[in-house]
Design a protein. Structure first.
Length: 118
């Protein structure tokens, strides 16, 4: 079985999650718990960096869909960055670019948070 890891750091008041490995039905609950904890802690300005994510299944996509409204209802947002072409194509096929800001680089997501909320 492939591995999945989540690293969490704070950068300029933003919560950055770095995903590594494969996000599927067996590992999606770990991402779900991480997002729930951030929401409970009122840390809703979230960047998810996909630079080390090799694969995402529908269960992983479902986690993002399940929590975006909770995050936005508290004035936060989830911005997605650094996807490889394979991962981006899955998000694109399902229309995620109309629901989420997706950036090629994490620094652009950081700038967007501060442009939206100076």
């Amino acid at each position: 079985m492939k591995t999945f890891n989540i690293s969490h750091r704070t950068h300029n008041g933003l919560e950055v999650l770095e995903l590594q490995g494969e996000l599927d039905a067996h590992t999606a609950s770990r991402l779900e718990e991480t997002l729930k904890e951030l929401i409970r802690s009122n840390k809703g300005r979230i960047i998810v960096n996909f630079s080390e994510l090799e694969y995402i299944a529908s269960a992983g996509l479902g986690v993002f869909m399940a929590y975006i409204e909770d995050v936005r209802s508290t004035g936060g947002d989830i911005k997605l960055t650094n996807m490889n072409d394979k991962v981006y194509n899955v998000f694109d096929l399902l229309g995620f670019p109309t629901l989420y800001d997706i950036f090629p680089d994490e620094s652009e997501a950081v700038e967007k948070f501060f442009d939206d909320n100076p």
